[in-house]
Design a protein around this ligand. Structure first.
Ligand SMILES: O=C[C@H](O)[C@@H](O)CC(=O)C(=O)O
Ligand SMILES: [Zn+2]
Length: 276
């Protein structure tokens, strides 16, 4: 498992493109028949991917965690961005279609991931945070995630937000997770932008054509930087950073957070005219 340390705003000021990408972009978490995690020191968040194409994949612990099993002291949220899949959590079987989300709480022992069809495998995006309390394992379809449509065609940010794990949805210790789908013709996410110094965040872009890219904005609002991001790549957003993007086409992305609270609306808005 790759470990990513934290960077301060002062360090980020000095970074060139390569350093920004090495610290904040996750280019290769989705690999056929593998589970891959990156461990971020921001809120000890683990960001991973798993594609069980021809084999069933089990979630295992890592030496860096010094735990007997992955969720001994952690919780996990799993969203499927691929074909029909199945998750077995401590003997309970969950069918999980595209954009379905399974939450598994602290002390869930065995989790295995598989696909219904190896030619159209499930693609599981995984987010895990430390947990100090057990919450029940729960599945949400995207319809259960109370979709809310915001933005407009005029400002190229017309999009639907699905909230799965948060204070008014699936209960968790600290994990917050959901996804946003941009309507055709809309390209801007999270504009107007915001920060929430109380929570770090990770974005995973998907349903972006292979020959298109998202220009992801990061940094303090008055000192922004950018990352060019391809389909099925993820970005780590420090708590002090904006996280917003503009695509060369429309796309979707999964957002996930950990930190002080699970209140999705706890955001410090940034005026568009204040961005530098
Ligand atoms: O803290 C919340 C996250 O940044 C996202 O939910 C924002 C988002 O999906 C959007 O505006 O499109
Ligand atoms: Zn945010």
């Amino acid at each position: 498992m790759q470990i990513r340390f934290e960077s301060s705003p002062r360090e980020v000021l000095q970074m060139n493109t390569k350093a920004l990408r090495e610290n904040f972009l996750l280019e290769n978490i989705f690999q056929k028949d593998q589970v891959n995690f990156v461990y971020s020191h921001y809120d000890r968040f683990m960001i991973g991917g798993a594609i069980p194409a021809t084999v069933t994949l089990k979630l295992e612990t890592y030496d860096a965690l010094k735990s007997r099993y992955l969720l001994e002291r952690r919780e996990i949220g799993i969203i499927n961005i691929g074909g029909a899949g199945q998750i077995i959590a401590d003997g309970e079987t969950f069918d999980i279609d595209k954009l379905g989300c399974l939450y598994a709480g602290k002390e869930t022992g065995e989790i295995s991931l598989s696909s219904k069809n190896s030619t159209d495998p499930a693609i599981f995006y995984l987010l895990s945070a430390p947990a100090h309390q057990k919450y029940p394992t729960r599945l949400f379809t995207k319809e259960e995630a109370t979709p809310v449509t915001i933005g407009s065609v005029e400002t190229s940010n017309h999009r639907t937000i699905y909230k799965y794990i948060h204070s008014d949805g699936i209960q968790s210790s600290q994990l917050v997770m959901g996804l946003t789908v941009l309507q055709a013709g809309s390209v801007w996410n999270t504009m107007p932008a915001h920060t929430h110094d109380r929570r770090m965040e990770a974005y995973c872009y998907f349903d972006l054509p292979a020959n298109q890219r998202v220009l992801h904005l990061m940094g303090q609002p008055f000192e922004t930087r950018h990352l060019w991001v391809a389909n099925q790549q993820a970005v780590i957003s420090p708590p002090w950073s904006v996280h917003s993007g503009c695509g060369t086409s429309n796309y979707s992305f999964i957002w996930g957070m950990a930190g002080e609270n699970k209140d999705y609306t706890d955001m410090d808005a940034v005026l568009i005219t204040d961005l530098k």
